[in-house]
Write a protein that binds this ligand. Sequence first.
Ligand SMILES: Cc1ncc(COP(=O)(O)O)c(C=O)c1O
Length: 330
Amino acid sequence: MSDDTIEPREPVDGAIRGLAASDVATARWLWRNGQLVPWDEATVHITAVGHSSVAAVFEGIKAYRAAGGQRLLVFRLDEHVDRLFASARICRTRIPYSAGELRDAVLDVLRANEYRDDTYIRPWAFPSGLIREQMVPAAAVCEVVIDTWSFASQLFTAKACRAAVSSWVRVGDSAMPPRAKAFSNYHNGRLAVIEAKANGHDWPILLNDRHQVSEGAGACIALVRRGTVVTPPLTAGVLESVTRATALTLLADAGVPVEERTVDRTELYLADEIFFLGTAWEVLPVGVVDGLPVGDGEPGPVTRLLQHAYHDVVRGVRLDHPDWITEVPR
Ligand SMILES: Cc1ncc(COP(=O)(O)O)c(C=O)c1O
């Protein structure tokens, strides 16, 4: 092999190469297969990437700074760990740890990295080693890794976004089950994001194979009309979102009527308010949909109410849902 075949190629103009660890601040420790390992030492052989990712499942969890940095609170850790196992079950892979072990692992890796501020947590499970079979067998043993990085909340700083209905259709339960949080499903949302941005929007809204509203690329969606919050049902081709479930409870707590039902595309055009819901997105207002302003284009009163309720519950200000919060022990 000549030297030039192993030199990394320069990207063409405007192309993005994957980040090198030296480009970004990474955690000092990550959790891998039962132990904390230094970030730089968590390597795999080059042949182990590729088909192993076809069957990989993951989670996205947030930990929030509370009490001026004295406390770090993981939001709905049990629900996220349960969903990781649900995704693995749907994808026919086996995670060789218990839910309790993974829950402790999340707390261990947060503590080892001495986080004080908002942090994103990504556990994932992938068939380990050299996978030469295109159809990764169900018996393949999974590795589990938990990576973390700083991720400040944008609950009150993000501007209302511009969304557009995508020409890409949300994958369906009988093809690529969206109920599983599987890496391979994200090619669907990825294509929709690329299309939305190419057309001058911020984010796509995907319709499902029945032409009804399903969700965004990495978030669920809800609209408000005449004071009622409406969100597509869990059978509309959506991930069983923890934030969506949280929002439905917080809205009900506040006496706001909520409906889970199929949503037509044109209901988006008549909505007084629209917002995305997700662990990373939190409660993100939509100001424009398919070029039409939503209400006056600014976050509406229900969106604001929900943002404040969400803020108070994730930061431990509000104490009426104690089972949603797991404090990282010192
Ligand atoms: C496709 C998709 N839908 C919805 C969500 C929202 O889920 P959650 O609220 O559990 O983060 C996510 C985020 O993980 C997602 O990737």
